[in-house]
Design a protein around this ligand. Structure first.
Ligand SMILES: [Mg+2]
Length: 375
C-alpha cells in the first residue's frame, strides 16, 4: 500500500459568495498502488499561485512515490526541510506542502478504513455549531439585514460578514453606515445569534478608526472583529486590545504553527484563523490549534475554499479542542456543493459529523477536469 502517483491539478471556479469572482486553487490527488486516492488542496486563490504550486507539488512527487501514506509526520518534516531555501514554512512552498499533507491524511484514512477525525483522536465534542460565512452584497442595508437573517433562520448560529468586497455594500468605509449595518443585522437575526465582522483587504483602518469601530461594535454585541488591522501589526493590535474588549480575530494568513505561536504570544488575538490549505495541512493545523488550546485562544478554520478544505475543516474542527464552531457558505456554490459527494453541511445549525474513511468524500473528477486551469 505505497504511493504510486502524485498529481497536482490547478483549477479555477466562480465563487457566488464572492460576487462570482473567479478563484483558483491547486488540488492534489495522491494515489496508491491498490487504486485508492486521497485528495488535498493548496488554498492558492490566484491562478499564478496555483500554477506555481503545481510545479512545487510535481517537484516533491519523487520524494513520495514508493512511500507509505501512513508516514504523514515524517513526510511533513521532510518536505519542510527540503524547501529550506525557497520557503521554510512560507509562501507557495507552504501551500504545496499543505495540499500534499491533506491528501496524505485522506489516503491514510482510506487505507486504514478510518475517518480522519478518528485518526486525530476522535471528536472532542458532540455538537459543533455552524455559522454562515457571507459577504456584504447590496447597497440597501435593510435588504442585506433581511438576507442575512434568512440564512440564520435555518438554524445557523450566526453570520460572519466580509466587509470591503465587490458590489455595492460599501462596508468598512464609513463609520455610521457600518454601525447602522451591524445594528440592523443584529436586530434582524434576533436573540441567540452572533454577528462576526471580517475586514477585507480593501478596507484600511488606522488604529484610532479601529478603536472607534470596535467600541461601537462591542456595544452592539458583535461577537468578534476580524483583521481590523490586517495580519501583521502587533503594535496596532496592542493599542486596540488596550482600548476595547471585543474579541479580536486574525491569523488566517499564518503559514505555520510557528507563525501562530508568534501572534498568540502578542496577547492580541482571541480567535486565531487557520487555513488547512495554507498552514501546512492537517498536520500544521493540529499543531497550531494545540498552541491555541494551551493558550486558551479559540481556533477557527478558515473554511472559504472548495469542499476539500471544507471536509478537512470539518474533521479538524471536531477533533481540535480549540475549535468551537465552523463557518459554512450557505449560498450555493459548485466548488462547495458539487465537487464532492458529501459536502460539509449542518442540521438545524449544527455541523454534521464526518462519515466514511479518510475525509469521507468522493471527488467529482468530471467537474475537476472541466475546471482545470491548465486544460
Ligand atoms: Mg477572514
Amino acid at each position: 500500500m505505497t504511493i504510486r502517483q502524485v498529481e497536482a491539478i490547478p483549477i479555477s471556479y466562480q465563487e457566488p459568495t464572492d460576487h462570482n469572482r473567479f478563484r483558483s486553487v491547486c488540488l492534489v490527488k495522491i494515489s496508491d498502488d491498490e487504486g485508492r486516492a486521497g485528495w488535498g488542496e493548496c488554498c492558492t486563490y490566484f491562478p499564478e499561485a496555483s500554477l506555481a504550486a503545481r510545479h512545487l507539488v510535481d517537484g516533491f512527487a519523487d520524494r513520495l512515490v514508493g512511500r507509505s501514506p501512513l508516514e504523514t509526520e515524517t513526510i511533513w518534516l521532510e518536505l519542510r526541510d527540503h524547501a529550506w531555501w525557497y520557503g521554510t514554512d512560507a509562501g507557495i512552498a507552504a501551500m504545496a506542502i499543505s495540499g500534499i499533507d491533506i491528501a496524505l491524511w485522506d489516503l491514510k484514512g482510506k487505507q486504514l478504513g478510518t475517518r480522519v477525525v478518528d485518526l486525530l483522536g476522535g471528536p472532542v465534542r458532540d455538537k459543533l455549531p455552524a455559522i454562515a460565512s457571507l459577504h456584504g452584497t447590496k447597497a440597501d442595508i435593510g435588504a442585506m439585514a433581511e438576507e442575512i437573517a434568512a440564512h440564520t433562520a435555518t438554524g445557523l448560529h450566526g453570520a460572519k460578514v466580509g466587509f470591503g468586497k465587490r458590489g455595492e455594500a460599501h462596508l468598512g468605509f464609513d463609520h455610521d453606515r457600518d454601525i447602522d449595518f451591524a445594528r440592523r443585522v443584529v436586530d434582524a437575526m434576533g436573540p441567540g445569534k452572533s454577528l462576526m465582522i471580517d475586514l477585507g483587504v480593501k478596507n484600511f483602518w488606522d488604529v484610532p478608526t479601529a478603536i472607534q469601530r470596535a467600541r461601537a461594535f462591542e456595544e452592539l454585541g458583535v461577537a468578534w472583529l476580524e483583521e481590523p488591522l490586517g495580519h501583521d501589526d502587533p503594535e496596532g493590535y496592542a493599542a486596540l486590545r488596550a482600548a476595547t474588549s471585543i474579541r479580536i480575530a486574525y491569523g488566517e494568513r499564518s503559514w505555520s504553527p510557528r507563525d501562530v505561536e508568534r501572534i498568540v504570544a502578542t496577547g492580541t488575538v482571541d480567535v486565531v484563523g487557520l487555513d488547512p490549505g495554507r498552514v501546512l495541512g492537517i498536520t500544521g493545523f493540529v499543531k497550531s490549534a494545540d498552541i491555541c488550546a494551551r493558550s486558551r485562544r479559540q481556533a477557527n478554520a478558515h473554511n472559504f475554499s472548495t469542499a476539500i478544505v471544507g471536509a478537512a475543516s470539518q474533521a479538524l474542527s471536531f477533533a481540535c479542542a480549540a475549535c468551537y464552531l465552523l463557518e459554512l457558505q450557505p449560498v450555493y456554490g459548485p466548488a462547495q456543493k458539487d465537487l464532492v459527494d458529501r459536502p460539509v453541511w449542518h442540521d438545524d445549525g449544527y455541523v454534521r459529523l464526518p462519515e466514511g474513511p479518510g475525509l469521507g468524500i468522493a471527488v467529482n473528477e468530471d467537474l475537476v477536469a472541466a475546471s482545470r486551469l491548465d486544460a
